[in-house]
Design a protein around this ligand. Structure first.
Ligand code: FAD
Ligand code: UDP
Length: 362
């Protein structure tokens, strides 16, 4: 007899399992269809002994002290700040666009004030920001939009920015200074011993049982339980009764090279060239020392595992139908990127899971 069955062993499922087991001293069964815990943040040492992220590069960053302190109970940190370059017009330049980006790209020698004027003259005026294209062109104009955003977005989503909600591209700031960090959150870093260790530490309780390689629908009829916490795709839970929600997937191509370093920074984005969006070299992220190096190329795809909810109004409306059904259920909680159909970062998932625990779980 379990007090809680939790479907999915990603951040959402593991935070809740940990809190329920350790603070409430209740029995939890986690059902996970993959052969490992950690959800999309799962990492492992590959055959050459290099720590890699199976589902693409994950960097932890947050402005939420409660989230940072909570995760810090389960790991020490390697104090990494992510850097990204974009390959544009034959050069690699800092991304997000900043003073150095513009000066290198156009061979200018602008100050921040001069760059502000440049943006001011280039930007398009619009009364309302209706989509991700508006989000960029109202700040920096069409030329930079075309070089850095338009084609990357088409590759990533198979949609142009005007077809996506403004929040998608709003994730990427536009700068007038030399700050070359991808994220500016107050707290950021990489778990010193990897993400999987965090999950192992969270789930290390006699109150928690874990069933891997199992789809919850195959066992749920045979388990006695009081409450269910579901972190998988919400449309699957309801047997797609309102149709399949669209998700974007990725194919990851890993390559281990016989050299110590492949590229200058953690990630290089390729907005206008190749079929992949970006190349990440893991050793930059993890600080690992090794005589070889592993990189991953990300190829966006409509087929495959559901990684990204697609932020379009029609999809949000379809999701709302499922959400209404979900709200009618007693003792079933929906949480996480797939169950809430939201483009959440890890910290937001942890924040939402802690909120659910403290407000609704007894
Ligand atoms: P998930 O991690 O997806 O976990 C859900 C789990 O449920 C999965 O393990 C799945 O197998 C399981 N499941 C689903 N259906 C069933 C079923 N029927 N039965 C049993 N189990 C089931 N966030 C950041 O903060 N920083 C980053 O740098 C970052 N980079 C990212 C890069 C990529 C390529 C991607 C795709 C995401 C990135 N994210 C990043 C987002 C991050 O991965 C998510 O916010 C986080 O992993 C979501 O956690 P979750 O628990 O909601 O979902
Ligand atoms: N984006 C872009 N060019 C870039 C980087 C990002 O056009 O060089 C856009 C693209 O639409 C992308 C979104 O901004 O999906 C968010 O980028 P982020 O790096 O946050 O994506 P994630 O890491 O979540 O895949």
């Amino acid at each position: 007899m379990y007090n809680y069955v939790i479907v999915g062993a990603g951040f959402a499922g593991c935070v809740l399992a940990e809190r329920i087991a350790n603070l409430l001293n209740k029995k939890v069964l986690i059902v996970e269809k993959r052969n490992h815990i950690g959800g999309n943040a799962f990492d492992y040492f590959n055959e050459d002994g290099i720590l890699v992220h199976k589902y693409g590069p994950h960097i932890f960053h947050t402005n939420n002290k409660e989230v940072w302190d909570y995760i810090s109970n389960f790991t020490d940190w390697y104090h990494y700040q992510h850097k990204v370059l974009a390959y544009v017009d034959g050069q690699t330049v800092p991304m997000p666009i900043n003073l150095d980006t513009i000066n290198i790209l156009y061979n200018f020698n602008f100050s921040s004030d001069e760059l502000n004027n440049y943006y001011e003259n280039a930007k398009c005026n619009k009364k309302e920001i209706l989509n991700s294209e508006d989000m960029v062109i109202t700040k920096i104009g069409e030329e930079l939009y075309e070089k850095f955003f338009k084609n990357y977005t088409k590759k990533q989503w198979d949609l142009y920015p005007y077809e996506l909600e403004p929040e998608v591209i709003a994730r990427i700031p536009i700068r007038n200074n030399r700050d070359g960090r991808y994220f500016t959150d107050k707290y950021q870093g990489m778990p010193k011993y990897g993400y999987t260790k965090i999950f192992e530490n969270m789930l290390n309780s006699k109150n928690i049982h874990i069933l891997l390689n199992t789809d919850f629908k195959d066992v749920i009829g045979d388990v006695e339980y009081e409450n269910l916490i579901y972190t998988g795709p919400i449309d699957y839970y309801f047997d797609y009764k309102y149709g399949k929600l669209p998700y974007r997937s990725l194919r990851f191509e890993f390559e281990t090279l016989d050299c110590v370093k492949y590229q200058e920074v953690g990630t290089v984005n390729y907005p206008n060239d190749y079929d992949f969006t970006r190349i990440t070299e893991f050793k930059h992220l993890t600080g690992q020392k090794h005589y070889k190096t592993t990189i991953v190329r990300e190829y966006p795809s409509s087929e495959g595992e559901p990684f990204y909810p697609i932020p379009q109004r029609k999809n949000t409306e379809q999701y709302r139908l499922y959400e209404e059904e979900a709200q009618k259920l007693k003792n079933v909680f929906f949480i996480g990127r797939l169950a809430n159909y939201k483009y959440y970062n890890m910290d937001k998932v942890v924040e939402e899971a802690l909120k659910l625990f403290y407000q609704n779980i007894k």
